[in-house]
Design a protein around this ligand. Structure first.
Ligand SMILES: Nc1nc2c(c(=O)[nH]1)N[C@H]1C(S)=C(S)[C@@H](COP(=O)(O)OP(=O)(O)OC[C@H]3O[C@@H](n4cnc5c(=O)[nH]c(N)nc54)[C@H](O)[C@@H]3O)O[C@H]1N2
Ligand SMILES: Nc1nc2c(c(=O)[nH]1)N[C@H]1C(S)=C(S)[C@@H](COP(=O)(O)OP(=O)(O)OC[C@H]3O[C@@H](n4cnc5c(=O)[nH]c(N)nc54)[C@H](O)[C@@H]3O)O[C@H]1N2
Ligand SMILES: [Mo]
Length: 760
């Protein structure tokens, strides 16, 4: 626990300009010069996120029905330009550099080599990747898989692969014989999927686009909109203009939720002024969200006692269960404790509660600041309590809005990528495809890492992503990758997961989403689902980076056929690969309610809505009601008592997309040129006897007999609550202990790592 409420240390550096604006345009231009994209890249950008174009591979924010002429943001443009680079990572490159040498390269340098061009096999004798044909790759991987126990293998997915690819991937896994289908979601919004399912009966948010036009309050918990979902700034700006109140809870003063100049509004670009994006910006302690929400609830009950009309009793009686437990908990909270744990003053929390009490339509949005804590699912449960007590779910302009990360991460779960067999219609699959799917629970990301450590995992197939770099505890896990019998990486660009390999490794290059995908029946299209549960068709038109590339569906069907053979006529790998509309027909058969007339509706403007029972106030929970919950703790920090222990948040910069590092700048936080830094409040820097610019080592304060350290970090005084520090993901991942995760969902606690700061 930290000492009593914090006042902010003044005078720390900040980015002077608003989010968006000219800074955003300059940043895209710098990226353009760095990537030297192939000709026509700007035309491709103009089609991004529009019905006849491709859906951006950056974030999952919704694509509105009436898109702006340029419906992309700074970071969406960067992601596309990064994909369309002229640079190529060829067999000649691999002949020149051993894999051991490449392990010493930075994340940026590895990806900067450009698009992968050929299927490659790792040759242990020469310690190099050597070229192979696709036929050799499929035959060899198929033979290896047949020799392994399916339950000792893992099929990982990063949240980018389309609905079509994801459906085939999970079908392949189950026909082969396992449910080991972890997804990047296991490190991200799995907390959401587990927590929301339990309390409101759906695993996704309830908001749709229209809600953003009529809400009168938005509560933002731990989501860095300006960097990570910049297109959400547009509806937010519109909402501000019509008087919608915005309250932000975030330990860091993130620019995007402070002020914004719309780079697509010429008048505002030239003459300003910027739009103030929030009414209250509350810099709480990391992990202090439950305490803050508890304070708000407590004051709402006090207001109800004073004047009534705050608590929606009719809704509560008709639609919810367990309200009395929550009410008793909130009323009994002690303000001194609320202030100590949240790091916020009673006055500020009462002001936030006053805004909530006056609201007729409230939306709550959140990101990794809530999900990546040991008590993440309880924070989400508590946030739902706040909405339910005021009847703020299932009406226009209200609801819960988890802001998802990868562009199809939500959709992958929708079509069967899940290690939890209960979430998948296995009986349906059995009937549709004539095989008996495995029924036992598969491995989450954390279980995979455990199985890697103790040798139970023998084979790992990765559909995109950079698993080895994204997971916790890298120092411990890195050497284990060389022990696998099989490691198959389907990717667009080279990354660390590809160079931590041993014998039996393959690198299979695929088309990017903006590239044209031609199969036997002509040009193919794919689909993705956004954060608001809308499904969009996506058409790639660019010439592929290399003629050797295969599409993801072609690779998955190739692998499946080579592994399973052709004995089951219902598994029509060749036909599906030739015509993706047949895959969509299968998806529709498995999920008829959500994907009705799938092929017909996929290009509907704004996407088609797959529906959401909680939005209709139909609660598919254990007792048929929306359920109030009582958290069993106020903060994760209670687990790390003792002087000198700081809570480490691992953060994204504005110059990265996850483990893809575009550059070393974090423009919106006013930080430049170095990612090996640790942010710390000026008061804490002084109190710890340190100085600006000093080099330090972070040592994880987690007592399990394994020492986790990260040295070579430079101290940067920054406007943070005292008691916490921040460093960048993925550089800081060796400090995140594998067993420090949300208890319900096993999402790693990447925003709540206890560390000590030691001078180098
Ligand atoms: N440009 C770009 N876009 C991206 C990504 C990217 O890397 N770059 N990644 C994509 C992915 S996969 C995801 S999941 C999303 C991630 O997008 P976000 O959900 O925004 O994730 P983070 O950047 O990790 O940080 C979240 C915010 O939480 C705050 N925070 C930290 N701890 C706490 C806490 O305890 N409480 C509260 N209330 N706040 C806290 C941090 O200060 C930060 O502002 O973005 C997606 N979009
Ligand atoms: N400490 C800490 N750890 C974290 C987080 C954190 O906040 N802090 N965030 C977590 C979160 S939210 C997430 S989502 C995970 C991200 O984990 P991942 O999704 O596994 O990682 P990415 O960095 O998104 O993967 C980048 C790689 O994907 C490949 N790629 C790009 N486009 C394509 C494509 O179209 N097809 C294919 N096949 N491959 C492609 C490229 O080779 C690129 O190098 O990290 C998690 N880890
Ligand atoms: Mo994510």
């Amino acid at each position: 626990m930290n000492d009593t409420p914090k006042t902010q240390d003044p005078g720390t550096p900040h980015y002077k300009n608003a989010t968006g604006g000219w800074g955003s345009l300059y940043s895209v231009m710098r990226q353009f010069l760095q990537d030297r994209p192939t000709p026509g890249a700007l035309m491709t950008l103009a089609r991004q996120n529009k019905p006849a174009g491709h859906m951006c591979t950056s974030c999952a924010w919704t694509k509105p029905p009436a898109p702006h002429p340029a419906e992309f943001c700074e970071n969406g443009a960067k992601a596309t330009l990064w994909e369309l680079t002229r640079d190529r990572c060829t067999p000649e490159f691999f002949a020149q550099h051993s894999v051991t040498e490449l392990r010493g390269w930075s994340d940026h340098a590895l990806e900067k080599t450009g698009r992968l061009t050929h299927p490659m096999r790792y040759d242990a004798a020469s310690d190099r990747y050597v070229p192979a044909s696709w036929d050799q790759a499929f035959a060899s991987i198929g033979a290896s898989l047949r020799a392994l126990d399916p339950r000792s293998t893992v099929f990982y997915t990063s949240g980018r692969a389309s609905l079509e690819t994801s459906y085939l991937w999970s079908l392949f896994a189950r026909a082969y014989g396992h449910n080991n289908l972890p997804d990047s979601s296991n490190m991200c919004h799995e907390t959401t999927s587990v927590a929301l399912k339990e309390v409101i009966g759906v695993s996704v948010g309830t908001c749709v686009w229209e809600d953003f036009k009529t809400c009168d309050v938005m509560l933002f918990f731990g989501q860095n909109t300006g960097s990570n979902s910049p297109r959400l700034l547009h509806p937010l700006q519109q909402a501000r203009k019509r008087g919608c109140k915005v309250v932000v809870f975030n330990p860091v003063r993130e620019k995007g939720l402070l002020e914004f100049v719309n780079p697509q509004n010429p008048a505002q670009m030239v003459a300003g002024p910027s739009t103030a994006m929030s009414d209250l910006y509350l810099q709480l302690n990391p992990g202090g969200d439950i305490a803050a929400m508890g304070g708000i609830a407590k004051h709402l009950f006090a207001l109800e006692d004073q004047r009534g009309g705050v608590v929606d009793r009719t809704f509560i009686e008709e639609h919810t269960a367990e309200f009395s437990g929550f009410e008793a908990w909130a009323r009994a909270l002690d303000w001194a404790e609320i202030e100590a744990f949240s790091g916020l003053s009673r006055q500020d929390l009462e002001a936030a509660a006053d805004i909530c009490a006056r609201s007729e339509r409230t939306i709550a949005l959140y990101g990794m600041g809530l999900t990546q804590h040991v008590h993440g699912s309880q924070s989400i449960g508590t946030l739902i309590n706040l909405l339910l007590m005021r009847g703020m779910i299932g009406r226009e302009g209200t609801g819960i809005c988890p802001v998802r990360g990868h562009s199809n991460v939500q959709g992958q779960r929708t079509v069967g990528i899940s290690e939890k067999p209960d979430l998948v219609p296995l009986d349906k699959l059995a009937e549709q495809f004539g095989f008996e799917p495995p029924r036992d629970e598969g491995w989450t990301t954390v279980s995979v890492a455990e199985a890697l450590l103790d040798g139970r995992m023998k084979g790992f197939l990765s559909l995109g992503g950079n698993f080895a770099r994204a997971i916790p505890d890298q120092g411990r896990l890195d050497p284990c990758w060389q022990n696998l019998a099989l490691n198959v990486q389907i990717a667009t660009k080279l990354n660390r997961s590809h160079v931590l390999v041993g014998d039996g490794a393959w690198l299979l290059p695929c088309l990017a989403r903006s590239e044209e995908d031609r199969q036997a029946t002509g040009r193919q299209t794919v689909t993705v689902e956004d954060s608001l549960s809308h499904i969009h068709g996506s058409v790639g038109r660019r010439t592929p980076a290399s003629p050797q590339l295969l599409s993801e569906p072609a690779i998955v069907t190739g692998l499946a056929k080579a592994t399973l053979g052709t004995a089951n006529p219902k598994l029509r790998w060749d036909a599906w690969c030739a015509d993706y509309s047949l895959i969509r027909d299968e998806i529709e058969k498995t999920y008829p309610d959500m994907f009705r007339r799938f092929n017909e509706r996929m290009f509907q403007a704004g996407g088609f809505y797959r529906g959401n029972s909680a939005r209709e106030r139909d609660w598919k929970t254990e007792n048929g009601k929306a359920i109030f919950t009582v958290p069993d703790r106020m903060t994760a920090l209670a687990e790390v008592p003792g002087a000198g222990v700081f809570t480490l948040m691992t953060l994204r910069s504005n110059g990265q997309f996850n483990t893809t590092i575009y550059d070393d700048n974090d423009r919106l936080r006013g930080l430049k040129g170095n990612r090996m830094i640790v942010l710390m409040s000026p008061g804490d820097v002084t109190r710890a006897g340190l100085a600006e610019g000093q080099m330090v080592t972070l040592v994880s304060d987690h007592d399990d007999g394994f020492e986790r350290r990260l040295g070579g970090l430079r101290i940067v005084p920054y406007d943070l609550p005292s008691g916490c520090v921040a460093a960048y993901y993925p550089e800081a991942n060796p400090l995140v202990p594998l067993d420090l995760h949300d208890k319900a969902s096993k999402t790693p606690a990447s925003k709540g790592v206890p560390v000590r700061v030691v001078a180098d």
